[in-house]
Design a protein around this ligand. Structure first.
Ligand SMILES: [Zn+2]
Ligand SMILES: [Zn+2]
Length: 264
C-alpha cells in the first residue's frame, strides 16, 4: 500500500491541476492520492494568496468527489490542510461540517499574526528572545489544535525550524507536551518529506520527535506536501527509512475520517 495525502493543486498554491496530480500519482504507483489544498478562515476575514477562497470550498469538494467516482485503479481521498486559528475555530468547524472529508490536516502557519514558514525574512528581523517566544507559542497552538478534536492529522510537526532558526532555550518539554496532547486526542502525525528540500534539510518531525511520537503510539502517514506534480512522492524512500528507524512498523490510511493500519 502506498499513499500520499498532503498535496496541493491549483485550488490553492499548487502549480498542478487535479488531473496532473492524478497522472503523477499513477506514474508513481500510488494506491491512494489525497488532495489537501489550503483552507484558512482567519480572524477579521484576512485573505491569503496561497489559500483557496473560502467560497470555493463547494466547487473544490465537488471536483474531487467527481474524480473519486471516475478514477479507476487509484483511490482519490478528499482532504484539506486547515490553518489553525484559535479565534475562528468554531467558524471553521461549522464551515467544514457539511462535507464528506476523508481527513483534515491541521497546520499552524501563524502564531499571533506572525508568518512562520512564508520566508526567512520575518525571522531575521526578530531578536533571539522573540524567536524563542514564537517557538513557545507555536507549541501551545499545536497542542490547542490537537485538543480541539476538529482534525485528524497534525501537519509538519516542527515547522518553525524551516529556515534554521532554533530556540536558544530548551523547549523540548513544550514540544513533548504537544505530542502528549496529540496522542491523547487520538490524532495522527505525518512525516512531511518536504523538509529535506528546505533550508533546514530535515524532514518534519526530526528523528528525535518521531521516536517520541512512536513511543506514544501516535499513528503515522508519510506525506510530501507537494506543490508540483513531480513532488507527489518526493523523498518517500528516505521517509520510510526514517519511520522504520523511529520504530514504526505500520502506517495509517483514512476513509471518511476513519483510520486503518497497514504495514510500513
Ligand atoms: Zn503547511
Ligand atoms: Zn501543505
Amino acid at each position: 500500500m502506498r499513499t500520499s495525502y498532503h498535496n496541493h493543486t491549483t485550488w490553492s498554491d499548487g502549480a498542478a491541476t487535479l488531473a496532473e496530480m492524478i497522472a503523477a500519482a499513477r506514474k508513481a504507483g500510488l494506491e491512494e492520492l489525497g488532495i489537501s489544498d489550503h483552507f484558512a478562515l482567519a480572524p477579521e476575514d484576512r485573505r491569503f494568496p496561497w489559500a483557496m477562497a473560502p467560497e470555493s470550498l463547494d466547487a473544490y469538494v465537488a471536483q474531487i468527489r467527481r474524480a473519486t467516482a471516475t478514477t479507476e485503479g487509484l483511490t482519490i481521498r478528499l482532504g484539506l490542510e486547515v490553518d489553525y486559528f484559535p479565534e475562528s475555530l468554531e467558524l471553521i468547524e461549522q464551515r467544514l461540517a457539511p462535507y464528506p472529508f476523508d481527513y483534515l490536516i491541521a497546520s499552524v502557519h501563524f502564531v499571533d499574526g506572525f508568518a512562520i514558514d512564508l520566508n526567512a525574512q520575518p525571522w531575521e528581523g526578530l531578536s533571539q528572545e522573540s524567536r524563542d517566544g514564537i517557538w513557545r507559542r507555536y507549541w501551545q497552538h499545536l497542542g490547542a489544535a490537537a485538543e480541539s478534536g476538529a482534525f485528524d492529522i497534525i501537519g509538519h510537526f516542527d515547522l518553525p525550524k524551516k529556515f534554521g532558526f532554533y530556540p536558544s532555550v530548551d523547549l523540548t518539554g513544550d514540544a513533548l507536551a504537544a505530542l502528549y496532547i496529540i496522542a491523547a486526542a487520538n490524532m495522527a502525525i505525518e512525516i512531511n518529506s518536504s523538509g529535506w528540500d528546505k533550508p533546514v534539510q530535515e524532514a518534519y518531525p526530526s528523528p528525535f520527535y518521531l521516536r517520541e511520537a512512536n513511543r506514544r503510539k501516535i499513528p503515522l502517514v508519510i506525506n510530501s506536501d507537494a506543490h508540483t506534480a513531480s513532488d507527489v512522492t518526493r523523498n518517500f524512500e528516505r521517509a520510510r527509512q526514517l519511520a522504520a528507524a523511529a520504530g514504526y512498523a505500520e502506517l495509517v490510511r483514512f476513509e471518511h475520517r476513519k483510520r486503518s493500519v497497514y504495514p510500513l
